[in-house]
Design a protein. Structure first.
Lengths: 347, 387
């Protein structure tokens, strides 16, 4: 009990959120369960950015590229199940390309959907961090990457479905059996919890400590003999793998993927989630992702055309009044109390 | 310790608040009106087109309700805005079907949004009325397509242009499925009719810089430009094209009365447009419609083929609801669409029995010195859809 009480305040929020999410399907609403299932996928995506931006201080403005890469790989795999997909046939492809045959194996697709984004992130990191590109320049390059990737997807109509995206995908299945909505929900939920545990372990390790060191003072760390580029590249690759995993789940959960999901718009969205929730503690990522999406949905149902304006106003207000995010503010408040208590007991 | 508990409690409350936010709203007891979903983006990149679809649908439903509704029952609409995001369109469609329990949904604009909604209406055996023209190549038991598809425009338009405007075509479009399908068709008709293609260019969706394309057009010296540019790209192209001093007329499959206003008369005059409906179509139903439109939609716009798509969609739906024994049984409503005929401002049109697309008129307009579109050709009968 004492150990539980000594936990930092944000861990209560984590566990509380997981509890609510675990019980959610009991509400019985088909529509909302499906919606929250999608937001669960977003949690993984938010975690993946948090270890990169929150812990290592690397703001990736094109994070959705990594997500989208995983998503498109999975979507291609799913759409190739019944032979050559429509969009390829329309583009004049008459024979299934070899790489697609490989991808049509679900295990290969999952693997590729995780490894390709990791590889892309690793390569980018290798070139950027070793040539000392950092800070705002890193952000700008990733922003450009998002735009390039989006245009690439749109222009390769024959292989990506172009502007229309790839739709009509079958839902989640495990070892060849299609899962029901509730089963699918809990499957995604388990993956989220695993991703959370993975991130916590990783960030609690010495690796995580070095990352925080890089965020706080890169130069000092370098003087201590730490090869910061290697650590940054590594965390970028791990973050890419997680984002890819989120994309892999997103394709079947959402039933489709379109260029909107891979470009600047979605990259900005995930930045906003973290800005709202708070960075560098995983809790903020989860709270931000859930809050912004649930709020966006509730507002759009109740305020018609103005919902985006209202959501924008809420976001601006949060960033203005609590710049380190909701969870950041919560942690600060709790620390303040603790400090106060310490003074009290001393006096 | 107490304070800890306090924090814990606040968190739980926050979370329950979150949960309450996602809780479904209760339906009121069996209500008399028939519920239909209206799914358009009034925000985001496609909002300009979708506002027109929305206005058309709104006008039609108001009119139907004013005239006694569906056998005495009013139509009640549940509106959802999906902000031009296909994934959100699917979410909203799911909500309309599962939560609001609507009989049918009328809406979506881009093919990507329709393709996102398609699996939803198929899975829950619901119905989508799709009001926009699109590239064809799709059929669904659960979607009724009210807008025109390439075969209802291209053949007539290309042959007419060959006879009246010139033989050398330069094809241009935004880089997505619809323009590519249209241009592919245009090429086959050109080959048959003895025309030629001197250039073919695609620009990214939303692109507004045409300097390199204009250069290519100049060097290839076409008799006319055959265009499927949309949105901002379309407006920018007309303007830059005329500013560049090029004279060959532009023939478009996507321009309409509202777009013309943004382009301006000087850049748009003498260009050709081929769609299924213009404001200047001459028949009594349309005369009345244009009047109503001017009274009800007071934002300076004019009825376009998109407005007509939204309008026709709602009229067809009302017709099917009237025909079905139980208008709340979606399957009966779907069946009622087969061969359904309506008197619309765009003429007497009907739903094809086999493919759920619509038999539509093909019309060609030419923009005059005052910026008005004069209808210079009209097909004698509605053209059968071949998706």
């Amino acid at each position: 009990m004492k150990k539980l009480l000594r936990l930092p305040v944000n861990r209560y929020v984590d566990y509380g959120l997981f509890l609510v999410l675990a019980l959610f399907p009991l509400s019985g609403s088909l529509f909302y369960t499906q919606l929250i299932e999608k937001y669960l996928v977003f949690l993984i995506f938010a975690y993946s950015l948090d270890i990169l931006w929150g812990y290592a201080g690397l703001m990736n403005l094109g994070h959705a590229v990594l997500f989208g890469l995983g998503g498109y790989v999975m979507a291609l795999s799913l759409s190739a199940r019944g032979g050559i997909p429509d969009f390829m046939a329309n583009g004049g492809v008459t024979q299934m390309p070899g790489w697609l045959q490989v991808l049509s194996n679900p295990a290969a697709a999952v693997l590729a959907g995780i490894l390709l984004p990791a590889l892309l992130a690793g390569l980018l990191g290798r070139f950027l961090f070793y040539s000392r590109v950092g800070g705002v320049f890193f952000a700008v390059i990733t922003l450009a990457l998002a735009q390039v990737f989006n245009l690439f997807i749109q222009s390769q109509q024959t292989y990506t479905g172009g502007f229309n995206g790839i739709g009509g995908l079958p839902g989640l299945s495990l070892f060849g059996n299609e899962l029901t909505l509730t089963q699918g929900y809990y499957f995604v939920f388990c993956v989220v919890v695993l991703a959370y545990v993975f991130c916590r372990c990783l960030m609690g390790s010495r690796f995580g400590l070095v990352l925080r060191g890089i965020r706080e003072n890169e130069t000092r760390l370098e003087f201590l003999g730490c090869d910061q580029a290697r650590f940054k590249t590594a965390v970028f690759a791990v973050s890419g793998a997680l984002a890819g995993l989120a994309g892999v789940l997103y394709a079947p959960v959402n039933g489709m993927i379109a260029p909107n999901d891979v470009g600047m718009e979605f990259s900005t969205a995930v930045i906003v989630w973290l800005a709202i929730g708070g960075r560098g503690n995983l809790t903020g990522a989860a709270v931000g992702a859930m809050l912004v999406n649930v709020l966006g949905n509730a507002l759009s149902e109740n305020f018609g055309v103005f919902w985006q304006l209202l959501l924008g106003a809420v976001i601006v207000a949060v960033v203005f009044f609590v710049p380190d995010g909701i969870v950041g503010a919560l942690i600060r408040a709790a620390r303040g109390r603790k400090a106060g208590k310490a003074v009290e007991s001393r006096g | 310790m107490k304070k800890r508990l306090c924090i814990l409690l606040t968190c739980t409350m926050l979370l329950f608040g979150l949960m309450a936010g996602c809780g479904g709203r209760q339906d009121t007891a069996a209500s008399k009106p028939i519920k239909i979903g209206v799914l358009y983006s009034l925000s985001g990149v496609t909002s300009v087109s979708e506002k027109q679809l929305y206005d058309g649908t709104k006008l039609a439903i108001e009119e139907i309700n004013r005239n006694g509704g569906i056998n005495g029952r009013k139509i009640e609409t549940v509106f959802a805005d999906y902000a031009s995001d296909p994934a959100r369109a699917a979410d909203k469609a799911r909500k309309l079907v599962l939560d609001d329990k609507v009989t049918a949904i009328i809406g979506t604009c881009s093919s990507s949004a329709r393709k996102a909604v398609k699996p939803v209406v198929e899975r829950y055996r619901s119905l989508l009325i799709y009001p926009q023209s699109y590239e064809g190549q799709e059929q669904s038991k659960n979607i009724v397509y009210v807008g025109c598809i390439p075969n209802q425009q291209a053949e007539i338009f290309v042959n007419w242009l060959l006879k009246n405007a010139g033989k050398k075509f330069f094809l241009i479009g935004c880089d997505f499925v619809y323009p590519k399908v249209e241009n592919k068709l245009a090429k086959t008709y050109l080959q048959k009719g003895g025309g030629s293609v001197v250039g073919e260019e695609y620009v990214p969706y939303g692109s507004t810089d045409f300097s390199s394309v204009l250069n290519k057009i100049k060097t290839s010296d076409p008799d006319l430009i055959y265009s499927e540019l949309t949105g901002d790209s379309n407006v920018a192209f007309y303007k830059q094209y005329s500013a560049y001093g090029l004279k060959a007329p532009i023939a478009s499959l996507t321009t309409n009365e509202t777009v013309l206003k943004s382009i301006g008369i000087s850049a748009a005059k003498n260009s050709y447009i081929c769609v299924d409906y213009f404001k200047n179509v001459k028949n009594p139903v349309n005369r009345k419609f244009v009047e109503t439109y001017a009274q009800k939609i007071r934002d300076g716009t004019e009825p376009t083929y998109a407005v007509m798509g939204g309008y026709n969609g709602a009229l067809f739906l009302a017709g099917a609801l009237k025909k079905a024994k139980n208008p709340e049984d979606t399957q009966q409503v779907i069946a009622a669409f087969r061969g359904l005929k309506i008197d619309s401002p765009s003429g007497t049109i009907s739903i094809d029995g086999g493919n759920n697309h619509t038999n539509l008129y093909c019309r060609i307009g030419k923009v005059d010195e005052k910026g008005e579109i004069n209808v210079i050709y009209e097909s004698k009968n509605p053209i059968a859809p071949k998706p």
